[in-house]
Design a protein around this ligand. Structure first.
Ligand code: PLP
Length: 424
């Protein structure tokens, strides 16, 4: 390096603020000591974290590269241009906006670009696998827009395409949205594209969960089909906690104006630099191998849990996550989450399609393979993890001192010692 880099100085933090320094240390210890199976989480690389912990956080750069409302943007312009070009290349997209602060911010911008308050959107219902920002009443999306929602078929537990078509023809929505937070199977983008054309709607894909699998060429891409694709950069993709949008050239200006100045102020340049690093990582053969392994691991985990009577909805998965119905083993989602947590396994309770339980109890759990795959685990380890989950949630009681919790934690320790998170 010709110029010294001013980077994270942990000693300085520890000296000035031992309380927060302590949180950083104990959070790392928590990640290292347990199994992280939250489907929306991952472990970003030291390179991504270095960009995040940089002085780029200081810079105001409202506007876009070459068209800023502030001086001194020559260097951050380079970072944003790299992020945009790498994002376009990675997804073979006409246009990319890398400024959204998060997935929810990206989605807000898509609404702002294509809809007026009161307009209708057709999207997946939250309890069927959708997302809060897809029109639920507690979110801006449901307060300001008219959301008509589709679900899944009772038998297959897959998207009910007949219902989607019927509702689209009945309601003539401005926008049709595909994607969600608990969809284990591939989505038929071509079906949605044709339907959107038929009813004159914009076709939007919220790829927050699975975009990393697209980046790794492990599943088909929505980009050729959708008018606009929004996503997060911190889930399977493994970048910084943020969002991004890619779209067809005809929507480029509309999307850019909707992100800034309609929905956001100054972009977070440290995060944009970290997105550039992440997009570069995602273009490597190693990342493509990672994406394929994420799916192989998720499939194995779903199958092995199923063999323990913890039924995967839709019969399995094509992606990085599976959703499991616990009714067959007589455990609620809330109990399972707590019992697993007491045993060092972090996962979340989740509503299953047609769930008879309240959302804060739920009849299911959602498990994902992105983090454990980043740690280097493979399908053999997934079988062990399924055994540990089964033992913890059927024999534990949520108390970390219970002998079963201790026994499972020993199994977890054995795994994370062989496959450490953030190895030293
Ligand atoms: C995670 C997620 C979001 C929101 O992302 P945040 O960064 O948490 O705001 C939006 N849509 C879907 C489908 C998601 O899974």
């Amino acid at each position: 390096m010709t110029t010294p880099f001013y980077g994270p100085d942990f000693d300085a933090l520890e000296q000035f603020d031992p309380e927060i320094a302590g949180v950083l240390v104990s959070e790392l210890a928590r990640i290292r000591s347990g199994l992280q199976l939250i489907a929306s989480e991952n472990m970003s690389s030291p390179a991504v974290i270095a960009a995040l912990g940089s002085t780029l956080t200081n810079k105001y750069a409202e506007g876009y590269p070459g068209r800023r409302y502030y001086g001194g943007c020559s260097e951050v312009d380079k970072a944003e241009t790299l992020a945009i070009e790498r994002c376009k290349a990675l997804f073979d997209a006409d246009h990319a906006n890398v400024q959204p602060h998060s997935g929810a911010s990206a989605n807000q911008a898509v609404y702002g670009a294509f809809m007026q308050p009161g307009d209708t959107i057709l999207s997946m219902a939250l309890p069927m696998g959708g997302h809060l920002t897809h029109g639920t009443k507690v979110s801006f999306s449901g307060k300001w827009f008219n959301a008509v929602s589709y679900g899944v078929e009772r038998e297959s537990e897959n998207i009910d395409y007949a219902e989607v078509e019927r509702l689209a023809k009945e309601h003539r929505p401005k926008v049709i949205l595909a994607g969600g937070s608990a969809i284990p199977r591939l989505i038929d983008f071509e079906f949605f594209r044709n339907l959107a054309d038929e009813v004159g709607a914009i076709f939007w894909v919220d790829a927050a969960h699975f975009i990393g699998l697209v980046a790794g060429k492990a599943i088909p891409s929505p980009v050729p089909y959708a008018d606009v694709v929004s996503f997060t950069t911190h889930k399977v993709l493994r970048g910084p906690r943020a969002g991004a949008i890619v779209c067809k050239e005809e929507h480029a200006k509309t999307i850019d104006k909707a992100v800034f100045p309609m929905m956001q102020g100054g972009p977070q340049m440290h995060s944009i630099a970290a997105k550039a690093v992440n997009f570069k990582e995602c273009a490597t053969p190693e990342y493509a191998d990672y994406a394929k392994q994420v799916i192989a691991n998720a499939r194995q985990l779903a199958t092995s849990l199923g063999e323990h009577g913890i039924r995967p909805t839709t019969g399995g998965t094509d992606t990085h996550l599976s959703l499991h119905d616990l009714q067959g083993i007589g455990v609620t989602g809330a109990e399972a989450e707590q019992r697993a947590d007491a045993a060092g396994i972090v996962l979340n309770k989740n509503a299953i399609p047609f769930d008879p339980a309240k959302p804060n109890i739920a009849s299911g759990i959602r498990v994902g393979s992105p983090s454990v795959t980043t740690q280097g685990m493979g399908t053999d380890e997934m079988k062990v993890i399924a055994d540990l989950i089964h033992t913890a949630i059927t024999q534990g009681d949520g108390d970390p001192e219970h002998p079963v919790a201790k026994q499972v934690r020993a199994g977890v320790s054995e795994l994370v010692e062989r496959f450490p998170a953030y190895p030293r």
